[in-house]
Design a protein around this ligand. Structure first.
Ligand code: HEC
Ligand code: CU
Length: 326
């Protein structure tokens, strides 16, 4: 192949590659490159740290890969004999000092920046005690259970007040496995580990934010997601009040049934058997035994559920106890 053609081929290949990569990144936008779209001060700081590190790694990537490509092209064998020896070079003090000192400086700068950002990620801003809300988050196979300051409970959907600090206490249960609470838009991952209370916080505007379990926790881990539903303070207050007043009501029962659905369907066997028409769905005493103790492959899904919580479930599921199913 004549030299000119080969050069054109290289140039075309290179340009195409760069165009594809750049389009990909541009098209993906924030969702593709950033951890998420930050909606809480701590999440913003995580993004800042991410971008700061990405700038250095990006530049280093371009320099290293660029040099690699340049050297491959510039020092290719071409028409030289296979046996031709290259020039023998011994040491270059300046270069060696440079490539030792520069990485050390870069690491120190990155480390310094991260340590500067960390307190703003870990520590909640001080607020008047009256404005503080603390919500406890329990990881279960395979659902999230939220406990509010007044004792109300919700499942897989946390309701939280907007524009104020919400403290989160993430815990695990000693009969369960490890999970990890991760609301990408509101901050980092916090593990739900039996015997530990991991604390984090957020302060977010009104909106719905997706929560994921970020720790492979068993067969239905992929279905272990939830929503953080951030609403104006008054709406939050009335939600937890109503929830407490209807502690055995259908609204909670429906959420609890969502937890069952990570393993059960009404009309066909899934991880567990089909439940349509199963008389246990209308039987508080029977379900209490089953949920508190588990059975065979079914974990003790409701080991720490109160009687009211089980009544709430039955208030919702009794409709399925009669309706026939496979
Ligand atoms: C982690 C998966 C999983 C979850 C979550 C789960 N189950 Fe099960 N369930 C099973 C399995 C597996 C079985 C079969 C148990 C066995 O081997 O005996 C089962 C069996 C049952 C049975 C049949 C028991 C019988 O003897 O007829 C009922 C009723 C039941 N589950 C209700 C529920 C309810 C209600 C929930 C939600 C509160 C729930 N399950 C959540 C996996 C699950
Ligand atoms: Cu999990």
């Amino acid at each position: 192949m004549p030299l000119g053609v080969r050069r054109t081929a290289f140039a075309t290949l290179g340009t195409t590659f760069i165009a594809l990569v750049v389009t990909g990144i541009a098209y993906a936008g924030n969702g593709g490159f950033l951890p998420g779209e930050a909606h809480s001060p701590n999440a913003h700081r995580i993004d800042d740290a991410f971008i700061f590190v990405a700038i250095f790694t990006g530049i280093i990537f371009l320099i290293v890969e660029g040099a690699l490509l340049a050297f491959i092209i510039k020092y290719r064998r071409g028409k030289r004999a296979r046996t031709a020896e290259g020039p023998q070079i011994h040491g270059s003090t300046r270069l060696e000092v440079l490539w030792t000192v520069l990485p050390a400086v870069i690491l120190a700068v990155i480390g310094g920046f991260i340590f500067w950002e960390l307190p703003g990620i870990a520590d909640a801003p001080k607020a008047a005690a009256a404005d503080e809300t603390t919500i406890q988050i329990e990881g279960h196979q395979f659902y999230w259970l939220f406990r509010y300051p007044n004792g109300a409970v919700s499942i897989n959907r946390m309701v939280a007040p907007a524009d104020e600090v919400v403290n989160e206490q993430v815990i695990g249960l000693d009969w369960d496995v490890n999970h990890s609470w991760w609301v990408t838009d509101l901050g980092g991952k916090y593990d739900a580990i039996p015997g530990r209370v991991n604390k984090t916080w957020f302060k977010a505007p009104v909106g719905d934010y997706v929560a994921r379990c970020a720790e492979l926790c068993g067969i239905q881990h992929a279905l272990m997601d939830g929503t953080v539903h951030v609403v104006p303070r008054a709406q939050y207050d009335s939600f937890i009040k109503q929830r407490l007043a209807n502690a055995s009501g259908v609204a909670l029962g429906k959420e609890e049934w969502g937890a069952c659905q990570s393993c059960h369907r009404l009309d066909h066997a899934y991880i567990g058997p089909a439940l349509g028409g199963n008389p246990l769905l209308g039987d508080v005493a029977g379900l209490t035994t089953l949920l508190r103790n588990g059975q065979g492959q079914m974990p003790a899904v409701g080991k720490n559920w109160t009687d009211a919580q089980i009544q709430a479930l039955v208030a919702y599921t009794k409709q399925f106890a009669k309706s026939g199913g496979a």
